[in-house]
Design a binder for this molecule. Sequence first.
Ligand SMILES: *Cc1c(COP(=O)(O)O)cnc(C)c1O
Length: 409
Amino acid sequence: MTSEMYVPFHRPSIGDEELRVVCETLRSGWLTTGEKTADLERSFCARHQAKHGVALSSGTAALHLALAGLDIGPGDEVITTPLTFCATVNAILHVGAKPVLADVLPDGNIDPDEIRRAITVRTKGVIPVHYGGLPCNMEAIWSIAAEHGLHVVEDAAHAAGAGYKGRPIGANGGGAESAAVAFSFYATKNITTGEGGFLTTPNPELAERVRSLSLHGIKKDAWKRYRKGGSWEYSVVECGFKYNLSDLNAALGVAQLGRIDELTEARLRIRRKYDEAFEGVPELETPPDRADCEHAWHLYVLRLSLEDLEGDRADFANDLLAAGVGISVHFIPIQMHPFYLEWSDGKPCCPRSEALFKRIISLPLFPGMTDDEIQHVIESVITIVAARRKRGMAQPLSSAARAAGQSTL
Ligand SMILES: *Cc1c(COP(=O)(O)O)cnc(C)c1O
């Protein structure tokens, strides 16, 4: 194990089929939204058992258009989790509604009891985020939503390939379900189109409205206007956005979707190796899983038992970076960002999200990781724990930990 080794936080997994379909699209004479996008919509819906689907330019666009399409706007409140990417709350702000944060459970997902507590007469919707790829307790959320007449829009940016109670996240027609589910195909997500997103919904009118809103609010199949047999005529029926997905991106998506099970399995394998290595270490807590769902393992969020370690999470993270391990932190809770003050009453909120934030580190977890890379991450973590351990005898340090220790002095 050399300390010169560097394991990036993420490396996209792009195979020959991805290269082939993108080149084929480049040569096809059609680059923007067209047949490849239609292909992606069909195959994504089939894989996820969804009734209707619209491919979009990002996961943020999918969240934004879900809310806009459901007529959520000024005067309305939407409840979401503080432990998410800023995109989730920005989408709520983009439609003019007010984000309301409900604290998380120890697993990092929104707490249904906190949703209940946050409901007011102005509440119109809830956006649960499947944190790291672990599905939320949707039964509880759907039943609260039904009781209070709220729209549920799932932020499934981490959850392509995940399952809940025997059905894929994003599925329709098997009982209770959400008004819409938003996926992200951002470069680091479980399947990628470079940049892209997807919305599934059981509601054909919502799908049509979202499709129209994604292309300036032009009515019906506007992308066909430059095709053979397309019409020069079009009518704008409302003020929409420019959120369509290009065929170049969609072609990549079709190829990635064809590999989704292989990619998820590769993530699971790495997760198992991490769990085996870290489960016996008292200073570490491995990320939770549940029997009623299939975790997509978008993230491997290690929890540090800080009371047993010298230093804080930042020290631990710096040691890992010095040892050549690309790490990240998911997420800085929303209320800790300066912009939060603009729409909050300045009151402290969601203490559990902040307590969790203090002790989490996301380790590299991507399908193309080599065994050497996995081993380097494991050994680096174990060595740093040994060096920072408070209890018991001092442990012998490996050269990696010594190098890491020196760089933080
Ligand atoms: C990545 C991400 C998004 C946004 O997706 P984009 O495709 O980058 O717009 C939204 N929510 C969460 C939780 C994410 O991780």
